[in-house]
Design a protein around this ligand. Structure first.
Ligand SMILES: [Cu+2]
Length: 123
């Protein structure tokens, strides 16, 4: 009986560590232009804020017109003042339409995460 209790306790501790680790990954916290929003003017850059500090060498952001061509942009750079923020400068203004932003990052805990979101530039 004692042994079973010990095992259960160990399992509970292991589980709580697993949950903590999952929450420690870098996920997208917010973006400019905002996730799912419509903006009137083309942004000159995208700004992605993550829940953790980012390792720029292993991180990247691409933007494409929905079902269409990739939009030329500079490589994503980490904000000097806030290493949770990536800046991606667009080389041309965006024409009206919906765009998909696809990101992958490695956070300082070495975990890799990725995702995508859309935003729209109104006509
Ligand atoms: Cu992590």
């Amino acid at each position: 009986m004692q042994r079973l209790l010990k095992l259960l306790l160990l399992a509970a501790v292991a589980l709580s560590f697993a949950v903590t680790a999952a929450f420690a990954h870098a996920f997208l916290d917010k973006a400019v232009p905002g996730v799912g929003t419509t903006v009137v003017l083309s942004p000159s850059e995208l700004q992605l804020t993550f829940t953790q500090k980012i390792v720029p060498a292993f991180s990247g952001v691409r933007i494409a017109a929905i079902g269409g061509k990739r939009v030329p942009s500079d490589k994503a750079v980490v904000d000097h003042a806030n290493p949770k923020v990536l800046h991606v400068r667009l080389l041309h203004p965006l024409r009206p339409g919906t765009y998909v932003v696809t990101w992958h990052v490695v956070s300082v805990d070495t975990h890799r995460t990725s995702g995508h979101y859309r935003f729209t530039v109104s006509p």
